[in-house]
Design a protein. Sequence first.
Length: 199
Amino acid sequence: MDPATFDFFFDLASPYSYLASTQLRGISERTGARARLYPITLGGVRKAIGRDVPPPQQLAYMAQDTARWAQKYGVPMQIPKAFPISTILPLRATVAAARNGEGEPAMNALFRVHWSEGEDISDPAVVERALSSAGLDGKRLVARAGDQEIKDDLRKNTDLALARGVFGVPTIFVGERSFWGNDRLEFVESALRQARLSR
């Protein structure tokens, strides 16, 4: 196990992935460990394991629960105008950005425009604008999202998630220990500190 890194599996469609993403920098600062980002398709995971989309009652609860977590973290949040949506395009754009070492700013920009500003990130214009506002080449990244190698990389990330037992997002791995959910970040930090002490 490498105590200098931890793996963050996420989908931009997931409000809990957004909430957890806002805490990654703090975890890194406190533990000295760097997050390795793995954008995946939650729909692909659900299809593979036969898990249905949450019922309306759960979605209604989620709106209240995520608002509480956003208040706790002191971060802006709203349910987007269009929800749920396909996040294939922005996920692929994030994968393309990661190939240039820009995965983190791309992820943060797309999470922010979707979950803080309520915009529809299935719209290529919204994705381009969000990435460009983060200082990235939004037009090129949106174009690269259509490249076969980028499509393959996203599929490989999703296959890796399934191989490692991921059934929902966010899922964080410290070595091979998995932690599912935004409400498990305290355990992630504890595991990272233990790993560092055992080096």
